[in-house]
Design a protein around this ligand. Sequence first.
Ligand SMILES: [Zn+2]
Ligand SMILES: [Zn+2]
Length: 334
Amino acid sequence: MKAGYYVGDYTYEVRDIPERSAIDDEVKIRVAWCGLCGTDIHKFQGKNGASVVVPPIILGHECSGIVMEVGPECKYFKPGDRVACDPSYGCGKCTWCQQGFPNFCLERHGVVKGFSEYVYPPERNVYHIADSLDLEAAAFTEPLSCSIHGLDLIQIKSGKTVVIYGMGSIGSLMLQLIKYSGASEIIVIEQEAEKRALALELGATLAVTDQEIETIAQEINIDYVVECIGLKETMEQAIRIAGKNGKVLLFGLGDPEKPISFNQFAAYTKELSIFTSYLNPQTSERAVKLLESGLINTEKIISAELSLEEIGDELSTLKYARKGKVMVYLSKDH
Ligand SMILES: [Zn+2]
Ligand SMILES: [Zn+2]
């Protein structure tokens, strides 16, 4: 089977590797779609994603597909089932897993390398999806589950003002989730006019540039800021523009070499809370339900549908990733 590897040194390669049968409680899935994630791009650029990277590694972790075969201990799946995956699980035994924080597991198992024709996750990582849910949309399960976890942390109250940075794929998902939180004002900060228009279409009440928000922040109290870009400048501005009692969620994956700074005195006078969010503990099921409900528009977020081979070029140019979500098709016959 074909698989898309990051082999180190800014190089991506499609390799032919042996296909095998499902063992134990594994579910062998023929991958339909896999999203290209910001962390894949980070890995390609020699930075760590959510964990330390040692190439060669198969990229991709946001996939959906059809069950081809199940291992002998598998109870809940059968060939032909349509499914989405959660790419990792906690050991269940370490101190963090015991405390209910599988995202901090000391020996986290990554079990879905989605840039390959088949993946073999254990059934605990596999989720049934409704027949009505398109497989391409189902591949948004993981990024949506991460967004849900982030928003669970800040607990947005209805009738409040929320600012979102960036209309990339995560910002676009966040915006739609925040819309249903009952926020009365949702302001999206985005430099590109085209994406500001998309923000308004997806439910923002206002879409402005980072210069414009400085003035707005003088006039109204910004209760929540959700930063989905990860640049030093935008993260620092996010903290600066947040109002009294503000909560800032730094969701965008920042560069570990570029730590941010902020005025702690200004933060003190606002009683500011700063949150970060790591992975997607126990939120995959909710992500699937939301996608099935049709409340989340994924179509408008997708900027390109590429083959495994075309991803090499995309990783070095980011031509489409800059515009939205890049989806990789592994098999087109379903
Ligand atoms: Zn991801
Ligand atoms: Zn653990």
